[in-house]
Design a protein around this ligand. Structure first.
Ligand SMILES: Cc1cc2nc3c(=O)[nH]c(=O)nc-3n(C[C@H](O)[C@H](O)[C@H](O)COP(=O)(O)O)c2cc1C
Length: 199
């Protein structure tokens, strides 16, 4: 059986108190117990901040790679390392807090570094978009102070955003979401085993 590599992305700055990190780490542990996992690569985005997209970086993203100059090559280093990490992984475990109904700004910035025309997606001869990094799985671990069931019906943005982006622009169609909810409720205790009983 081929061994698998897991890429674990942490995007909460709350260190050991972080519930999204607790849940994503519990996912990684369970995958290790269930699968033949060869390696776990952990990237804590709070330790090495992804750059935001600016004009120069967007210019470099859309440039023919053969004409990229030294300055642009340096600008692309972080984005290239993200593409490398994802290309080398079979399974991605992404942890995120809910911040103002969305994913953490760090995870969004990391995804913005990953998605690149001509690298993670392209268009075929009929103009149909296709993702290039196929056959991988994403496990998404979301921590929220409140509970989804208390939000108005349409206000689920993170799982839908991550699934749509990985599907359309990366080529990963299998995204599984797990939630630790109500972390702001007094006396809250996380039961990761129960949340992950179907994993
Ligand atoms: C700036 C900020 C914004 C937040 N926005 C929301 C929100 O929109 N909905 C919600 O349910 N919880 C919200 N929370 C609570 C967090 O989602 C909650 O503390 C969660 O446990 C954070 O994940 P972490 O423990 O991995 O850091 C917010 C917290 C902060 C600090």
């Amino acid at each position: 059986m081929t061994k698998k590599t897991v890429l674990h992305i942490i995007s909460s700055a709350r260190e050991s108190e972080s519930y999204s990190k607790g849940l994503s780490s519990a996912i990684v542990d369970k995958l290790i117990r269930k699968h033949d996992i060869d390696a776990v690569i952990e990237r804590n985005l709070t330790k090495e901040l992804p750059p935001f997209l600016d004009g120069n970086l967007i210019g470099a993203f859309y440039k023919d790679p053969r004409s990229v100059n030294e300055k642009e090559r340096r600008l692309l280093e972080y984005a290239d390392s993200v593409v490398n990490d994802v290309s080398n992984a079979d399974i991605l475990v992404l942890g995120t807090p809910v911040h103002n109904l969305g994913m953490s700004a760090l995870l969004k910035a990391w995804i913005d570094q990953l998605v690149r025309f001509g690298v993670t997606y392209c268009y075929d001869e009929n103009g149909v978009r296709k993702g290039n990094l196929n056959g991988k799985k994403v496990y998404l671990a979301i921590a929220s102070g409140g509970k989804l069931e208390y939000w108005p019906g349409d206000h689920e943005f993170i799982a839908s955003h991550v699934s749509a982006t990985f599907n359309a622009y990366v080529g990963i169609t299998e995204v599984h979401t797990f939630r630790v909810e109500g972390t702001a409720v007094p006396g809250f205790q996380a039961d990761y085993q129960k949340i992950l009983e179907n994993l």
